[in-house]
Design a protein around this ligand. Structure first.
Ligand SMILES: [Zn+2]
Length: 759
């Protein structure tokens, strides 16, 4: 990891991003104000929008420092996607650029994404890659760039980087040389969209050069406004299988002096770590870097790529340091989507998301799941509004997927209610673009998100598909307690980052390096609060078990058994309140150190037995740490249990309540997101009260949440000039009491934004 850190640092320095954080004192904790109370609400803003706490200047809006003014448009882009893997581009080429422009303007988009390539090229490339057979002598790409630029819209070039395209029915002799092969010499195959099947390409083969040259042609010959990349892929359906092509074998032998490890269980853990670092960093991420560098030499435009696999085992998940922004979505619920957007932004990059890509309906009845639904049909009314509202609340760019259905619509597209709703979203974003870009979130809590655990952790008791319940659960808990959090990647942890948060929540972060453990120790030592749960720090960053917590001393806890224990009907006994709460049926058995206070125990009701400590708390230096020896946040995610929420409130309020930026009564389904600038406070309210139960990929309907009581804290020395309800446009009845703006929002039907302008 350290090798990667160095190169990222270099890159950031080149981009000028580090300038903003340089000089920020290390191990700085800003504790005094929280417990003293006198400083409550003293988070001040400077003219630059930065926040000052006890003399420390925190950068305004992570990443805001990194983006050049002429690239600002990408932050809240309203992009229409013309997808090259479906009609009107594939299999038949029906695309009409004039029609596309008319549709993009009708929908109030400000940018259009053209597919330079999908399974075939949609411009006259001179590389050996296949053209669309109906392209003839035409160049619809050229026509598109000219038409859209004349109309004042931006053109984004879509460029797949080794996305599978080699049709298994093709007789192209070169494909054999470009393919990925398994250890038995069989080619690897992907289904993708269900049209046919495709051989996966090997990035170490001569195909790499063909892809690079195709991208060079695009950026050299067409005056595009942004280069967007899908990939780099090293396989798709078969990504987790190691490629044994002659090119990969030779490249690995040269790089590491050994053979590509076998996946039959005989390879050592170190062999697997070495191989993964090579294929990820030296092959895939290096290709992204090479392409981005080449693009920037030819044309000074932003570079964005699709990093939807950021929280996965994908080999390209670490490529974001080399781009200006990335697409990150792939969420099942609005709550998860907001988490993802904020996690993406924590990297300092601009984030884009699909609007209404959830049109993939339930495919349970389909034999071939890759066939999916009509991507292009937008979801109807309120679900679409909610999807878009999450993007607005996070402050990310909108990508509407896309042109496909609209291209064939005989009537005015605004006759379709869902399309009209989409235009409403774009109109709102355009009208308020300057305001929305000017505010930054003010998270009190950092959620340490276990990307290393996702990548490396293995144990007989660990269910990888359910791991998300811990970090999404932590997010849901913090939101339901009325606080804002920023999730961040474990491998992005620095002392400076930790110093931004009043509290760091590590939900079941099993894999942490020794350096990361020390960083958390120093954070607490100098005044921070750490809440850690379950397996946190039981393994190193590559999942190698420690047999005790790496943070054992800090927690004041020693593991008695390395694996968690599962017993039915466990309860959490909290002596302070003499209450019994539902406990996670999967618990860690540990011993509390004498320096730690046991604040809850686990009761095994079935066996009339106390299992031992469940929650311990201790002071370390100027800070405090709470360790919960189970996954209570996953239980919360799964049950939304009220007594658990109240328990976490009792744990966290003492650290957070006095500096909160807003106060909101708990209402089921209501999710707040706060942001502010020098002169404005914004509180987004997202009301996810739909009726989906059990199945995600079905449509749902929503009920309004009525009479929501809200308070927003005025920065010290400031007063409120006006208060507005931006989304509904209705009048707000408000008053100011003891430094807080108070109001009742009459109704939140999916979405509302409270705007307070400061005097
Ligand atoms: Zn290969």
């Amino acid at each position: 990891m350290s090798v990667e850190k160095v190169s990222r640092r270099e890159l950031l320095q080149r981009a000028g991003i580090l300038a903003a954080s340089a000089g920020m004192p290390r191990h700085l904790r800003l504790m005094g104000m929280k417990l003293g109370g006198a400083g409550a609400g003293s988070a001040e803003t400077t003219p630059g929008g930065s926040r000052v706490r006890e003399g420390v200047v925190l950068p305004a809006g992570e990443g805001a420092a990194g983006l050049r003014p002429d690239f600002e448009w990408i932050r809240t882009v309203r992009l229409m996607i013309a997808e090259g893997y479906v009609p009107p581009f594939y299999p038949s080429l029906d695309y009409d650029p004039k029609k596309a422009l008319a549709l993009a303007r009708r929908l109030n988009c400000d940018a259009f994404r053209y597919p330079t390539y999908s399974y075939v090229a949609f411009f006259p490339t001179k590389t050996r890659l296949p053209h669309h057979p109906e392209l003839g002598g035409g160049d619809p790409f050229r026509d598109t760039v000219n038409l859209f630029h004349d109309a004042g819209l931006k053109v984004v070039a879509y460029n797949p980087l080794n996305h599978p395209f080699m049709d298994v029915n093709s007789d192209n002799p070169e494909y054999r040389d470009w393919m990925r092969y398994d250890a038995q010499g069989q080619p690897m195959i992907t289904h993708h969209m269900g049209w046919t099947r495709f051989y996966e390409g090997c990035l170490n083969s001569p195909l790499r050069e063909q892809i690079r040259e195709r991208v060079r042609e695009v950026v050299t010959n067409y005056p595009v406004d942004l280069m967007y990349f899908d990939g780099p892929y090293e396989g798709m359906d078969q990504e987790s299988r190691f490629c044994h092509s002659k090119y990969c074998q030779a490249a690995y032998q040269k790089a590491r002096g050994k053979n590509i490890p076998s996946q039959d269980g005989s390879a050592t853990p170190q062999d697997l770590i070495d191989y993964w670092q090579w294929i990820s960093e030296d092959v895939v991420v290096a290709f992204m870097r090479e392409i981005a560098d080449m693009v920037r030499q030819v044309r000074d435009v932003p570079v964005v790529f699709n990093d939807t696999g950021l929280l996965s085992r994908s080999v390209r998940s670490h490529a974001y340091p080399y781009v200006d922004g990335f697409m990150f979505e792939a969420a099942d619920t609005p709550e998860e989507k907001l988490f993802n957007m904020r996690l993406g932004q924590s990297t300092g990059k601009v984030i884009w998301t699909y609007i209404s890509s959830h049109t993939e309906y339930n495919t349970e009845h389909l034999k071939d799941k890759s066939v999916r639904g009509w991507y292009s049909a937008p979801v109807e009314g309120e679900r679409l509004e909610l999807d878009a509202a999450v993007a607005t609340a996070a402050g990310v760019g909108y990508c509407y997927w896309g042109l496909n259905r609209l291209h064939y619509e005989p009537q005015d597209i605004l006759d379709v209610p869902s399309i009209r709703a989409l235009k409403g979203v774009f109109d709102f974003a355009q009208k308020n673009g300057r305001l929305l870009r000017s505010v930054s979130p003010r998270p009190q809590v950092g959620i340490l998100t276990g990307a290393q655990t996702i990548r490396w952790y293995q144990s007989p008791m660990f269910i990888p598909q359910a791991y998300r319940n811990y970090y999404y659960g932590a997010w849901q808990l913090i939101k339901d307690l009325g606080y804002d959090a920023e999730p961040f990647l474990d491998y992005e942890m620095t002392a400076e980052r930790l110093a931004k948060y009043e509290l760091v929540y590590a939900p079941n972060a099993a894999c942490l390096s020794s350096a990361q453990c020390s960083m958390l120790g120093n954070y607490v030592e100098s005044g921070g609060t750490l809440l850690a749960t379950h397996l946190t720090s039981v393994a190193d960053e590559f999942g190698r078990p420690r047999h005790n917590y790496g943070l054992s001393e800090l927690f004041g806890a020693n593991l008695k058994v390395p694996e968690p224990l599962e017993i039915p009907d466990l309860y959490l006994h909290v002596p302070a309140s003499d209450k019994l709460l539902p406990q996670d049926p999967q618990v860690m058995l540990f011993q509390a150190a004498s320096s730690a206070e046991v604040i809850a125990e686990t009761r095994d009701r079935g066996h009339r037995h106390t299992l031992g400590p469940a929650v311990v708390k201790r002071h370390q230096g100027k800070g405090q740490v709470i360790y919960v020896g189970s996954g209570l946040e996953a239980i919360y995610e799964e049950t939304l249990n009220e007594s658990l929420r109240a328990y976490f409130r009792s744990l966290l309020d003492p650290f957070l309540a006095s500096t909160r930026t807003y106060e909101l009564e708990f209402r089921p389904g209501l999710m707040p997101q706060f942001a502010s600038s020098q002169n404005t406070l914004l509180l987004h309210l997202l009301a996810n009260t739909g009726n989906i139960w059990k199945k995600h990929l079905v449509q749902e309907e929503f009920l309004p949440i009525k009479n929501v009581r809200v308070r927003l804290r005025l920065p010290q020395g400031r007063s409120a000039k006006s208060v507005a309800l931006m989304w509904s446009g209705t009048k707000a009845d408000w008053n100011v009491r003891e430094g807080w703006v108070e109001l009742t929002v009459p109704k939140v039907q999916v979405y509302e934004v409270i705007r307070v302008d400061l005097a």
